[in-house]
Design a protein around this ligand. Sequence first.
Ligand code: P1T
Length: 379
Amino acid sequence: MKFATKAIHAGIEPDPTTGAIMTPIYQTSTYVQESPGKHKGYEYARTQNPTRTVLQNNLAALENGKHGICYASGLGATDAILKLFKPGDEIIASNDLYGGTYRIMVRVFQEFGLIFRFVDLSNPANLEPVITATTKMVWIETPTNPLLRLVDIAAISAITKERGIKLVVDNTFASPYLQNPLDLGADIVMHSVTKYLGGHSDTVMGAIILNDDETAEQLAFIQNACGAVPGPQDCFLVLRGIKTLHVRMQRHCENAMKVAHYLQQHPKISQVYYPGLESHAGHVLAKKQMRDFGGMLSFELKGDSMPEAIRVMESFSVFSLGESLGGVESLCTHPASMTHASIPKEARLKNGLKDTLIRLSVGIEDVDDLIQDLAQAIA
Ligand code: P1T
C-alpha cells in the first residue's frame, strides 16, 4: 500500500456493529468482563482503548514499523523512552533539539542518574569518539529544531548497530510523509503527534513506533505503569488529521520552499535555514534521506538586532506568534525566549542558536498572502 492509501486506511476497519466508516470514540474507562479475566481483550482504558489501538496501528503502518504506542504528549513519549534506562547509563543527544527534550533529559533524568552528552551529530564522525562502555542510546532530531540541521540517520545507525546502542529518531519535523527512520536503521521513532500528524493545532499527543518486540513490551509496561495515555477524543482527532497528512505536507513543502526563496533574496535577511535551499549544508543529505524538505524554516535579520527581530515578530498579521508547529495555520516563534528558553543561554549560543533567530512553521494558506505578510513585517 502506498503512503496516501495507508494514511486513510491502514489499521482502520468500518465499525463492526454499525458499519460506521469513521472509528468510533470509545469514551469509556472500563470494559465489562464476563467473569474475572474473561473479556474481549480490553480491561481498563489506561491499558487499552479501541480508538487508541486503531491510531497506534495506523501510525505503525505510516512509519513501516510493527508496534505503535501513543502518549499524552510528545514529552510523555520521550519520558517513556528514557525510562528504559538505569542510573549510570549514558545517552548521547544531538546538540540542536527541542528545548523541552533538553529539559526532561537534564532537569529530570539527569537527577535520577542518567548521563547525557550533547554533541553536534550533523557530522557523524563526531559520534564515535564520545561513545563509552556505558553509552546505551543515541537521540537525534533531523531536521533539528530550530536550526534545521540534517543528521545522517543511516550513517549514525551504522555506528550504533555495530556498538549495540539504540538509535532514537525524533521524526516530528519531517513527519512520516517525508522520512521513515526505521527504514534507515533507527531502532525507535518518536513523534510529537501534536504537530504535523494531528495537523490542526487542536491536540497534544506523542507516539513511539518500533519493530523490536521486547522493547515494545517494555514500553507498553511503562505506559500502563506510568499512565501517560491520550484520551479517545484526541485519538479520534489525530486519526481524522492523518487522513489528509500527505495532502497537507505537499502544500507545507511547496509553501516553505517559496517562502525560503523569498527570504533568501531579501536585502534585510542574513541567513535562511531551510534544507531545500542549495546553499544549506545538509541539502544533499536531505535530498537523499527525505522525500521533500518540509514546512519548517528559520531565519536571521542582518545586524542581529534584538529589538528589530521582536518588531518583525510583532508585525505579522497572517503568521501568528506562538509555540508549536505543523498546523494548517502559519506560526512564528522566537526560540530563544519560547521553545528553547530552558536551554542555558551559553549552551544555546555555542550551538548556534542566536537570540535573534526567528522560526516559521509555514502553513497551508495561499503562499502569496504569506509572502506579502513577510514583506510588510520585515520592511
Ligand atoms: O509538545 P509535545 O507534544 O510534548 O512534544 C514535544 C516535542 C518533541 N520533539 C520536537 C521536535 C518538538 O518540536 C516538540 C514540541 N515542540 C514545540 C512545542 C515547538 O514549538 O517547538
